[in-house]
Design a protein around this ligand. Structure first.
Ligand code: NDP
Length: 291
């Protein structure tokens, strides 16, 4: 038969959406989850709930993993690790690059191979043509399973052989996502303290966010060239500005942890002698790892 089949282990919102996407494409889908009840709706749609992890692993060569983190993966797979031989583990659980590399070695020691993936969309984006996932690990394994991977998100991109790379790219995206979203919560708190609703400030917030990619492009070229000249902005100007931000938030009585952390970084840049340089010089400060 030419019918495609896959195992999905980990049925949080992401795993459930992935199973749904495979079922929609006519795949035979075997599933397993620590909390079995999370499989109910998927079984009703035609997925097969394996009686245990071992059965879930032996059912298919291709095994999609969607756990909270890698510790959850070990807790689930370690007891059945003899069944890992010959499996391809597509690990879409998020964690650190080091954990992803260690897991790839762990899998290899058990005769399995891991492809690490970073999904860039929430559950609602799973199964959609325009959604994307980046992968790293053995290229040939990616090529071999590309058709199935394109069911999860229509766009797939293999970025390199290092199993930690996809995890790193994911974390690079997430450090931006979490801090950016928190900056938005901060903006809403400040607005609220001044009698404005989230809806009131939405257009202004969107306009501000849309201006950021232009700054990324402009500064990325200069940063890679090691240039931090203060011809268009000076750190001293930025320092004054972030203090206005801090004081505006303090005056409004809203939480100041976030603006104070920003002011702290600017202050450290000033103390390091960068007053006349661009605020991009903070990158140098943040890159330093020596104690
Ligand atoms: P959840 O944390 O909701 O669920 C993940 C699964 O992990 C559940 O099936 C859960 O089992 C299982 N699990 C957690 N701890 C253990 C454990 N100790 N032993 C066994 N199983 C365990 O995650 P999501 O589905 O939301 O996301 C999955 C991954 O995808 C995460 O790494 C997340 O960072 C990433 N991601 C999520 C996005 C999102 O918008 N949700 C977007 C992009 C990536 P149980 O049901 O029994 O609790």
């Amino acid at each position: 038969s030419t019918k495609q089949s896959v195992t999905v282990i980990g049925l949080g919102p992401m795993g459930q959406a992935m199973v749904g996407a495979f079922l929609d494409r006519g795949y035979d889908v075997t599933i397993w989850n620590r909390t079995a009840s999370r499989a109910d709706a998927l079984v009703a749609r035609g997925a097969v709930l394996a009686p245990n992890v071992k059965e879930a692993l032996v059912s298919n060569e291709l095994v999609i993993l969607s756990f909270t983190d890698y510790d959850a993966m070990y807790a689930t797979l370690e007891p059945a690790s003899a069944a890992l031989t010959g499996r391809t583990l597509v690990n879409l659980s998020s964690d650190t690059p080091e954990k992803a590399r260690a897991a790839a070695r762990w899998a290899a020691e058990r005769g399995a191979v891991q492809l690490t993936g970073g999904v860039t969309v929430p559950p609602s984006g799973i199964g959609r043509a325009e959604s994307s996932t980046f992968y790293s690990g053995p290229r040939q394994v990616f090529d071999q399973h590309r058709t199935a991977l394109e069911v999860i998100t229509g766009r797939t991109d293999h970025r390199g052989e290092d199993p930690g790379l996809a995890a790193l790219l994911y974390q690079i995206g997430m450090v931006m996502f979490w801090t950016s979203m928190l900056s938005y919560w901060q903006a809403i708190a400040l607005a609220d303290a001044n009698g404005l609703t989230a809806a009131d400030v939405l257009p202004h917030a969107v306009e501000t966010a849309n201006s950021l990619p232009g700054f990324f492009s402009f500064y990325s070229e200069r940063i890679d060239a090691g240039q931090h000249m203060g011809d268009v902005d000076r750190l001293a100007m930025g320092m004054a500005s972030v203090e206005h931000v801090l004081h505006t938030n303090a005056d409004a009585g809203v939480d100041t942890v976030l603006p104070a952390a920003v002011a702290d970084l600017f202050r450290r840049g000033m103390d390091a002698g960068h007053a006349a340089d661009s605020f991009s010089s903070l990158v140098k400060l943040m890159t330093k790892t020596e104690a």
